[in-house]
Design a protein around this ligand. Structure first.
Ligand SMILES: Cc1cc2nc3c(=O)[nH]c(=O)nc-3n(C[C@H](O)[C@H](O)[C@H](O)COP(=O)(O)O)c2cc1C
Length: 133
């Protein structure tokens, strides 16, 4: 399994993760649950009308934290928008429940991938492990 696959699988299994952005000098954090592995890159999904999207546009440095079975993941990195329809479709096909709010052509659906990222897997019982995605 590659590093990015490992991070993706952890997020899949955790179900929910928490995404931190920066607004001026104020951290903002919220629950997220979308992840997609596409062309070897880790994507997340949001809506362009949301504050989170505007914060990422102004400063694409983000951090994610997820917890599962006594292990936690911290992923920091830089996001980049990918406006391709095929990527939006892949996300919406993977999580059809999103189609209640989004579609590929709504001008709102936004796919962002980690252009660079550093993930740390930690637990109370083993040394932390750092990987580059
Ligand atoms: C479990 C859970 C998963 C969520 N997943 C997402 C997600 O993947 N993308 C998204 O844009 N919003 C998601 N949301 C909704 C956001 O948390 C919510 O819209 C939040 O207010 C966005 O942050 P903002 O207000 O700073 O823009 C999720 C909410 C919950 C409770």
């Amino acid at each position: 399994m590659t590093n990015v696959e490992r991070v993706y699988e952890f997020l899949e299994a955790a179900g929910t993760y928490y995404l931190a952005t920066i607004e001026g000098d104020q951290p903002r954090v919220r629950a997220f649950g979308t992840q997609l592995l596409y062309e070897g890159k880790l994507y997340i999904q949001t809506g362009k009308i949301k504050p989170v999207s505007k914060q990422i546009k102004a400063n694409p440095k983000v951090e994610i934290c997820a917890f599962k079975d006594g292990q936690w993941l911290r992923l920091s990195g830089v996001l980049e928008e990918d406006d391709r329809r095929e990527v939006k479709k892949a996300m919406l096909d993977k999580m059809p429940s999103l189609r209640a709010m989004y579609n590929e052509d709504d001008g709102n659906t936004e796919m962002l991938y980690f252009k660079s990222g550093e993930a740390t897997f930690s637990s109370f019982v083993a040394p932390s492990e750092k990987v580059i995605i």
